[in-house]
Design a binder for this molecule. Structure first.
Ligand SMILES: *Cc1c(COP(=O)(O)O)cnc(C)c1O
Ligand code: SF4
Length: 452
């Protein structure tokens, strides 16, 4: 285990009300901070003392990638909305009118992308299985109630609607029992992915209440337990010096000793997040338990839209004993116009980064879109029969028959999501679209019970 020196820290959240303090302490221009405060009425904001003290380079703002990752930026909402909110705040200093207007702006920002609730929540015998999503045969997602927030918020978060209070937590479950029953009825499931938010904001005692029954009951064909988290990037002390950090490490050991594969699916957006002594020590400590750590993040303009940044990140991850896993395309939600990258640009960045690293880093796949039909990667750009095309491939499909199938879209410089692409060679539809509509119709039968 690495023994890099780090100072213990006590977690201190940073909210909207702290922006003025930070403005003064860090020398942010006053006008810029005022604009940030207005944007934070729309884009949920939360940072913490580790992010502010150790990750952000305050000499490099506003372009510093971690500042862009965590602090609301003036360009994230249209200027006209910005001016209107400013005006409302002036007329009604209680902020009520501005909050109402902010909610309307949020509702225009596609708070529920890719049919997550309508299409992924299982319904059996007209019973909705709250807190679960089952889209791909082998893997069920589980959302524990107390794990639906994060140690800091990414400005690009695709679950932002939850933090903004648009979604309530009916989406989540406070007990693991329904999942155990579900796994017993579904022998095709081998993996459970406990996710959020960030399940590691939960105290270990609570997390244990979800995990221990899985270890004792060994339901169905469960062989892998994964936890999705950004705690290594946003709060490595969770694994080091928090009151129950040692218990957490012991829980990881218990999972591995019980014979399960345990993978921490870690969200890292930038190599900066891998540089502190705290994160290096935390990674070392987790790996001593027999856990694996797989790394994933979306490609985001202003944060990591540079092949050298990805190459450095994959190298650092491998160097620290972790496994690069996915590069995602940012979903169509929230301040997407601020962050989005055209798909062909994403492909070029991925390829240029992939070119620079050894085979051990090339476990990474991408750029991948988690679309309604499945996880689709941009596999290449080519010219076939004098037509310039984009090659796409299913890594995961809502219908498992689609997995590993290649299909072709007309070349498009601007498209930034699957539904903006047109089939190549004059085809009217992509090969999967008829079947996808059938699946949608099957799900719609349950709409009366599934609309909660
Ligand atoms: C990405 C994802 C998974 C996990 O897919 P893997 O390729 O096995 O990592 C499972 N369910 C949903 C809904 C997903 O988006
Ligand atoms: S860590 Fe994940 S869930 Fe949390 S704010 Fe970032 S993207 Fe959203």
């Amino acid at each position: 285990m690495r023994r890099d020196k780090f100072l213990p820290k006590k977690y201190k959240p940073v909210f909207h009300k702290h922006i003025d303090e930070i403005q003064i302490a860090k020398g942010i221009p006053k006008g810029y901070a005022d604009a940030m405060k207005i944007v934070s009425l729309v884009v949920p904001f939360r940072a913490n003392n580790y992010v502010v003290e150790e990750l952000i380079d305050w000499d490099a703002i506003p372009t510093d990638p971690i500042f862009q990752l965590t602090f609301p930026q003036p360009g994230m909402i249209p200027w006209i909305d910005h001016e209107r909110l400013k005006d409302l705040l002036r007329k009604d200093p209680t902020g009520k009118a501005a909050s109402l207007a902010a909610r309307k702006i949020q509702m225009r920002m596609n708070p529920h992308p890719a049919g997550q609730v309508e299409m992924n929540v299982p319904v059996e015998d007209k019973l909705i299985l709250r807190g679960m999503q089952h889209k791909y045969n082998e893997t069920v997602l589980f959302f524990p109630t107390q794990g639906q927030t994060c140690h800091a918020y990414c400005t690009y978060c695709f679950r932002w609607a939850q933090f903004a209070g648009i979604d309530d937590l009916k989406f989540a479950s406070s007990t693991i029992d329904p999942l155990i029953q579900y796994l017993n009825r579904h022998p095709e499931v081998t993996d459970v992915l406990i996710t959020g938010g960030d399940p590691l904001v939960m105290r270990t005692k609570i997390l244990k209440q979800y995990i221990t029954p899985l270890l004792n009951e060994r339901p169905g064909n469960l062989s892998t337990i994964r936890i999705g988290t950004k705690a290594l990037a946003y709060w490595p002390y969770r694994f080091l010096t928090d009151r129950d950090a040692d218990d957490l490490i012991r829980l990881f050991e218990e999972i591995v000793t019980a014979g399960f594969h345990f993978s921490l699916m870690s969200h890292f957006s930038h190599p900066r997040e891998l540089e502190t002594n705290a994160v290096k020590s935390a990674i070392g400590r987790i790996l001593t338990t027999g856990a694996t750590i797989r790394c994933q993040a979306p490609l985001i303009r202003h944060v990591n839209d540079d092949p050298d940044v990805w190459a450095a990140m994959w190298k650092a991850q491998t160097g620290l004993g972790m496994i690069p896993y996915y590069m995602f395309v940012e979903r169509d939600t929230g301040p997407k116009s601020y962050f989005k990258m055209p798909l062909v640009e994403a492909y070029r960045i991925f390829t240029k980064a992939y070119n620079q690293v050894s085979g051990l880093c090339r476990t990474v796949r991408g750029p991948s879109m988690s679309a309604t039909a499945g996880k689709v990667i941009i596999e290449g750009i080519a010219e076939i029969n004098n037509e310039k095309v984009i090659l796409l491939k299913f890594l995961q499909g809502r219908d498992p028959d689609w997995v590993n199938q290649i299909f072709f879209a007309r070349y498009d410089e601007h498209a930034s999501w699957l539904d903006e692409l047109k089939p190549a060679f004059g085809d009217r539809r992509f090969f999967f679209e008829n079947r996808l509509e059938e699946i949608k119709a099957e799900k719609a039968k349950f709409e009366d019970v599934a609309s909660f």
